[in-house]
Design a protein around this ligand. Sequence first.
Ligand SMILES: Nc1ncnc2c1ncn2[C@@H]1O[C@H](COP(=O)(O)OP(=O)(O)OP(=O)(O)O)[C@@H](O)[C@H]1O
Length: 334
Amino acid sequence: MIRTRGLTKDFVVGRTRTVHAVRGIDLDVGAGELVAVLGPNGAGKTTTMRMLTTLVRPTAGTATVAGADVLADPAAVRRRIGYVGQGNGAGRSQHVVDELVLHGRVHGLSARTARRRADELLDALDLTDLAHRKVQSLSGGQRRRADVALGLVHGPRLLFLDEPSTGLDPQTRAHLWEHVGRLRAEQDVTIVLTTHYLDEADSFAERVVVVDHGRVIADDTADALKRDLAGDRLALAVARTADAAALAQVVGRAAGAREVEVEGPRVTARVADAASAAAQVVRAAVAAGVDVTEVRTQRPTLDDVFLALTGRSLRETATTTEDRADDSAGKDAA
Ligand SMILES: Nc1ncnc2c1ncn2[C@@H]1O[C@H](COP(=O)(O)OP(=O)(O)OP(=O)(O)O)[C@@H](O)[C@H]1O
């Protein structure tokens, strides 16, 4: 469905400043996949999506989307994809169903087909009861679902969603994801979306592509990323603080042990599999006469993955777009 090689975008700002928004992305997405592109503000997620949807012309590299080249045949790409951008969507004073039919007609569907397609999507996205409401009267979550319906009205096999759940409360986000998942199963749509929300990429996407500073720094299932890059966390405490160093030695022998740290009576570490390491460590500690009073295991999050990859926490990465532009300008000027 998507194949990019060395996809690059530089924005020239003013006379001398260049922002290297996307720095050579290679991406392959197969039919039927649900891929979340994750990264901090200014990482290049939206610019990548805008190149793939032909809204922005790449500076270098190649991209084939839904069987057409974004540079050689952008019109074919546009016909074959759906795109729901940040904060775009339906005309506010239109009724939901009318807006859907209108979009279908704009895409060349007959009146009858556009109406049938609108009804199908209203049903799939749980909007049938709202079909005759004005778009402006919908709640944020309902609006986002209407936006998704608009992106799908011409029957594309590939849908791009740029931050579909930003600004929605957790329950509404979960609801939207449920619908996206169902749509995918029922309508056989490949979905590529961007998100800031680590937890939702973790729970719902089958594949997570982590982007930072315009590059792909990881690309795998959330589970594989967590297992390979972050590891489980194991935390133990001993009855006598003097035993903590001995316990740390035992922990250090567990499979995949790293970042073994001692703080007072507490010992923490990353290990390959916390559950089996915990049992093994406790057995070895008992054999060594060390009294372990507390054992806790914790699965890593995608934030741990980002931290392992970059040394920064995605949650705390507050790089603004302006900062990024200034950074880049500084480098170019030098
Ligand atoms: N039209 C533009 N002109 C100049 N710089 C731009 C333009 N569009 C994006 N940029 C810059 O390119 C970089 C990447 O921006 P982009 O919007 O792709 O990031 P993002 O990962 O989608 O961020 P966010 O999560 O905040 O939406 C940023 O430094 C941004 O300031």
